[in-house]
Design a protein around this ligand. Structure first.
Ligand code: AMP
Length: 202
């Protein structure tokens, strides 16, 4: 299959061509059409399968297709570790190279003030680890009212690391009307429960 068949927009196709990607990986081929069709999706995929692009491409595309003047985040990506959050942020930078979105990664282990300043300057796509996000939420620094997309990346690892309570608190603070995407390497009973709570007919 070719990326063109997935109806990906030109500014993103251009990046994929530059990166030398020949076509979508299986997880991309399966999830991108569903995500572009406004569906909630559970993707079971390991690292290295192209799962980041599987959600980053449709999120970028949909934000672009419905442009909005806002300075608060429209997409929230939750990830278990700072390394993964930084990596996802880098992927948004790459795939969104010809679009003009601001993305920001926030995670623990570093000062909060620069992250708060960056939020104040305006962010379209926020990538966060649950602990630091809760911290900034409690300080009243996060405005979730314009969130349209919620992505749980490596959900199984987030649960293994004890983030279940934080993840639930964050998810329940978001607008009800949104599209939710759930990526995990494994599908356990706990994961299934979480998807039942937060996804609509995935
Ligand atoms: P991920 O599974 O998201 O960690 O991605 C693993 C690696 O695959 C990254 O280095 C991506 O740049 C690369 N990648 C993602 N999609 C494709 C694709 N369609 N063709 C070739 N490489 C890809």
């Amino acid at each position: 299959m070719e990326f063109e068949e997935l109806n990906i927009i030109k500014p993103i196709l251009k990046v994929l061509r530059e990166k030398g990607y020949v076509g979508p990986t299986p997880i991309q081929e399966k999830t991108i059409p569903l995500l572009l069709d406004h569906k909630d999706v559970i993707g079971i995929a390991q690292t290295g399968t192209g799962k980041t692009a599987a959600f980053a491409i449709p999120v970028l595309q949909k934000l672009h297709e419905r442009s909005l003047k806002t300075t608060t985040p429209r997409a929230l990506i939750l990830a278990p570790t700072r390394e993964l959050a930084a990596q996802i942020s880098e992927s948004f930078k790459i795939y969104g190279k010809f679009l003009s979105f601001k993305h920001l990664a926030i995670y623990g282990g570093v000062k909060t003030v620069p992250q708060i300043r960056a939020l104040e300057r305006g962010v379209d796509i926020l990538i966060a680890t649950p602990g630091r996000l809760i911290d900034l939420m409690n300080q009243g620094k996060i405005d979730f009212r314009k969130i349209e997309f919620l992505v749980f990346d490596e959900a199984d690892r987030m649960l293994d690391m004890g983030f279940m309570k934080d993840v639930k608190k964050i998810a329940s603070a978001l607008p009800v009307e949104k599209q939710s995407l759930f990526f995990s390497a494994t599908m356990s009973n706990q994961i299934a429960d979480l998807t039942r709570d937060f996804l609509k007919n995935p």
